[in-house]
Design a protein around this ligand. Structure first.
Ligand SMILES: C[S@@+](CC[C@H](N)C(=O)[O-])C[C@H]1O[C@@H](n2cnc3c(N)ncnc32)[C@H](O)[C@@H]1O
Length: 421
């Protein structure tokens, strides 16, 4: 059964239409244009999917070039929309964003900064979540977003995507020029200090090796106000997560939760995002499949109120504990890891219990944890599957004691009755 699409139709269909619009508008003749597009796809795969990424070449791509933008949208956008939607939904289900989305933005807009936001991928993923959230009977939330990127020319792709989404998106967006290898400008600083949510989707891996990136990102994170959330997605391997944890440890930012999707358990696109929808574009032009699986860490971080940090080791990966809380019917696991020590010591972190149901138990099997969650699943009143039974160990102990007492009383009564006879 097809799942309801938050944007009214599968993302992959929207992306097909957008790519057709973008390549039509490049002004090239068809033959040379298609050859150029194939070159761009190879360059993107080289920069973003190969070892080159670890050498910092992710920032070498010139997104001022419309053919690069069209190729990027074809290759990555469907997957990045869904990864953001999936992460937001999971964090909401885990009650990490419940107050954030339910209470704060009744009167004002939710101010979002998308660092390295490109065509607005992070933002469209967020809007997918907010549409689902509103469908579920919650108040609409208005988003006021700044997409900060070295290439403001991305705005053209953003508008092309917006034109092909036929649902009303309650948002106001502007592009701000931002180079993470240069000192922060006033405009960028102002937006960051007003933000309530900062997104970094596949941004860190693209810029991490730039000489000034770390210092500039530390300055940027220092500008955030307490309680600002940071939503992060990036490659599972290659040191990106460690890089972000290091920046977090220096800027009073706590890690609330991590969703790891490794090579053994990648994040897959939902079934209704049918790859065949891109058949024509793939066959006639790109000759490469668009991305359908992600090996990433999805993390939620939060700027803390505290001014001093206990020790920089509190985000140490060695302190991490992993637990399985679901298995999809595509036989890949959705594994959630939690930094135990961080959870104990960080006032911002929310306490989540390890499930007591063993991973093999049928009751712990979620039919499709990678798929967009059904509306009923994102109701705040429903605790996440697998996180329920360890949540009241005291109550369980009391129950055991009561049972033991009843048993003793029964034995005593039996003895009395037998003695009277
Ligand atoms: C892999 S793309 C991610 C785009 C988008 N967030 C997504 O998930 O699809 C990396 C983005 O970083 C931007 N970028 C590259 N170098 C940059 C720099 N030095 N400063 C700021 N942005 C940069 C690119 O223009 C691009 O939009």
């Amino acid at each position: 059964m097809a799942l309801p699409d938050p944007l009214g139709r599968p993302v992959i269909e929207i992306i097909r239409d957008v790519v057709q619009d973008l390549i039509r508008d490049t002004g090239y003749g068809e033959g040379p244009r298609n050859a150029q597009l194939r070159n761009r796809i190879e360059a993107l795969l080289h920069a973003y999917s190969g070892p080159e990424l670890n050498n910092g070449h992710g920032s070498d791509i010139d997104f001022g070039d419309p053919l690069f933008r069209a190729s990027y949208v074809y290759l990555y956008c469907t997957a990045h929309f869904h990864a953001t939607f999936h992460g937001m939904t999971k964090f909401y289900e885990k009650h990490l964003l419940r107050d954030f989305f339910s209470v704060k933005f009744r009167t004002s807009s939710l101010r979002v900064c998308a660092l390295g936001g490109g065509p607005g991928t992070d933002l469209f993923g967020l809007m997918m979540f907010l549409l689902r959230f509103t469908d579920n009977g919650n108040r609409p939330i208005r988003v006021k977003a700044s997409i900060m990127d070295q290439y403001p020319a991305w705005e053209n792709a953003f508008l092309a995507i917006l034109k092909r989404i036929h649902k009303h998106l309650n948002m106001e967006v502007r592009y701000v020029e931002f180079d993470v290898n240069r000192q922060l400008g006033d405009d960028v600083s102002r937006e960051l200090s007003n933000a309530k949510l900062v997104t970094m989707v596949k941004f860190i891996s693209a810029v991490r090796m730039l000489p000034r990136a770390k210092d500039v990102l530390i300055s940027a994170m220092n500008l955030l106000k307490p309680d600002t959330f940071i939503f992060y997605i990036d490659n599972f391997e290659g040191g990106n997560t460690e890089f972000v944890k290091e920046i977090a440890s220096q800027t009073n930012i706590d890690i609330c939760f991590t969703l790891p999707f490794s090579s053994n358990s990648p994040l897959l696109l939902p079934f209704n995002e049918d790859a065949r929808i891109l058949d024509e574009l793939r066959g006639e032009i790109f000759r490469r499949d668009s991305q359908r699986q992600l090996r990433v860490h999805i993390m939620l971080l939060k700027k803390c109120r505290r001014t001093t940090r206990p020790t920089p080791r509190q985000h140490s990966p060695s302190a991490s504990r992993e637990f399985v809380w679901g298995v999809t019917n595509r036989q890949h696991r959705d594994v959630c890891s939690e930094d135990n020590r961080a959870r104990e010591r960080h006032p911002c972190s929310r306490t989540l219990s390890k499930p007591s149901i063993p991973p093999t138990s049928p009751s712990n099997i979620k039919p499709s944890s990678n798929l967009p969650t059904s509306p009923s699943n994102i109701k705040p009143s429903i605790p996440p599957i697998g996180l329920q039974s360890r949540s009241r160990p005291g109550a369980r102990n009391l129950l055991y004691t009561l049972c033991a007492l009843c048993f003793c009383v029964c034995i005593m009564l039996l003895v009395l009755v037998l003695a009277q006879k």
